[in-house]
Design a binder for this molecule. Sequence first.
Ligand SMILES: [Ca+2]
Ligand SMILES: [Ca+2]
Ligand SMILES: [Ca+2]
Ligand SMILES: [Ca+2]
Length: 443
Amino acid sequence: MCSMRGTFVLLCVCVSLSLHHHTMSQSPPEGDSLMECTDGYEWDIESQHCKDINECQTIVEACQGEMKCFNHYGGYLCLPRSASVITAPEPSSQSVAILPVESNEAFNPCPVGYDAHGEGCVDVDECVLNLHDCQPSQQCVNTVGTYSCQCPDGYSKIGIECVDIDECRYRYCQHRCVNVPGSFSCECEPGFQLAGNNRSCVDVNECELAAPCQQRCYNTYGTFLCRCEQGYELGPDRHSCNDVDECSYSSSMCQFQCVNDPGRFSCICPEGYQLESTRLCQDVNECETDIHQCGEGQTCINIHGGYQCTDSNRCQEPYVQGSDNRCVCPVIKPECGDLPFSIVHRYMSITSERSVPSDIFQIQATSVYPGVYNTFRIRSGDDNGEFYIRQINNISAMLVLARALTGPKEYTLELEMVSVNPLMSYQTSSALRLSVFVGPYAF
Ligand SMILES: [Ca+2]
Ligand SMILES: [Ca+2]
Ligand SMILES: [Ca+2]
Ligand SMILES: [Ca+2]
C-alpha cells in the first residue's frame, strides 16, 4: 500500500516492491547498555548505538531478477534497475536518508514512535512535540516508543478527567487536615508542631524555642507555664514576674520601717538602734562602746535611742558630797532646814507609748529604824500628773506611770521619803532624784 509520505510514483513502486524490514516486532535499545536492536540493526560497540545492517552486502541475492538492492535504515529495497534513485548521503555522516527525489518530507524508515537519527531510531517525545491526545487535566508522560496520559500525584482518574483526591477523608492528619488540589497538608493545634512525618503533631517545647517567661519556664504537653522566683508574682500577662511589695502586706512587717526591694524586702532601724534578727530594732548601748562622747568627770547613761552624759558629781549647794554617792545637806547649814537631808541620783529609760498604768521604779528605804513611819510622795517634777506613788509597805513604794508618754522627753522627778518617829517627835526626809528618759519610739 502506498502511504501518503511521498507524492512521487517511485515511492509506490518501492513499497509495492516490498520494504524488507520488520516494524514493532522488537523494542529498540533502551539505553546504551542494552545490546539488542530491532531487525535490520546491529549493536555497534564503538558508537554504542544500533547500527544499520547493509543487507545488500550480507544477504546473498537479496533482490532477484531485474531488481537491484538498495540498502537503507533497518532494511533494504529492491527496485528496478532502471529506477532513478538518489540515495541519501552515508548514514554515518548525514542524519536523514532521503529516498524519493522530489519528496518534501523525509522518508522515515523507523517504527511508529521513533524517528531516524544518526545511525539509528530514537524515541519521539510526543509530549514535547504536542503529538498526544491527553486531556488538559492529565499529564502526558513520554515513554520509549509511545506515551501515556496519567493523572498527577494527588489526583485520581474519574471518567477521562483527573479529580483531586480528598486525602482528609482518610484521617491522615493527627490534628487538622487541609485539602488542596493535588495535595493536602496537616496542621497542628497551637502549642504543637508537625512531626517529621508531616502528619502527627508533637509538643512544642516553648521554653527551649524562645524564652517566653521572664523567670522560670516549665514546658507542658501542648503549652507551657511561667513561674516566678520567691519574692515575685506572676503578672497579668502570665509571663512576666513582678516584685511582691511585702511592705504593703502589713504594717507589722518591720518594727520600725519596711523597705521593699526587688524580690525581697528589708527592715531598717532609726539612728541609735540596730537590727535584731530581721524585723526588730534594738537600742545601741553607746556607753559600752566608744561611740559616746562623754568627757572626763562625766557618766554615760544609756537610754533608748541614744545616751546621756551627766556630771558624776551632781551635788549642788547647799548639798555636799556624802558617802555612797549621796548628796547631803548638813544640818548645821540654816538653808537645809526644809530640804531633804540627803539626795541620791538615779536614771531610767522607758519607751514611748508604754501601756498604763505601769510600775516603772521601786523605791526602798535603805535604813530601817524601829518606831519610824515612812511615807513616800512625789516632791516635784510631775506637774501634769503623769506619775503617782503607790506605797507598798512601810519601807518601799512603787512609782507608777499613769499616762502614756511620747518621747523624746526627759522628766526629773524628786521622790521623797518622809520618816516620822512620833514618840520622839522626830521627822526627817531623804530624796531620790530620778531622771526618766522617754525614748522616741515604742521600742
Ligand atoms: Ca487533595
Ligand atoms: Ca509545650
Ligand atoms: Ca519585694
Ligand atoms: Ca542607747
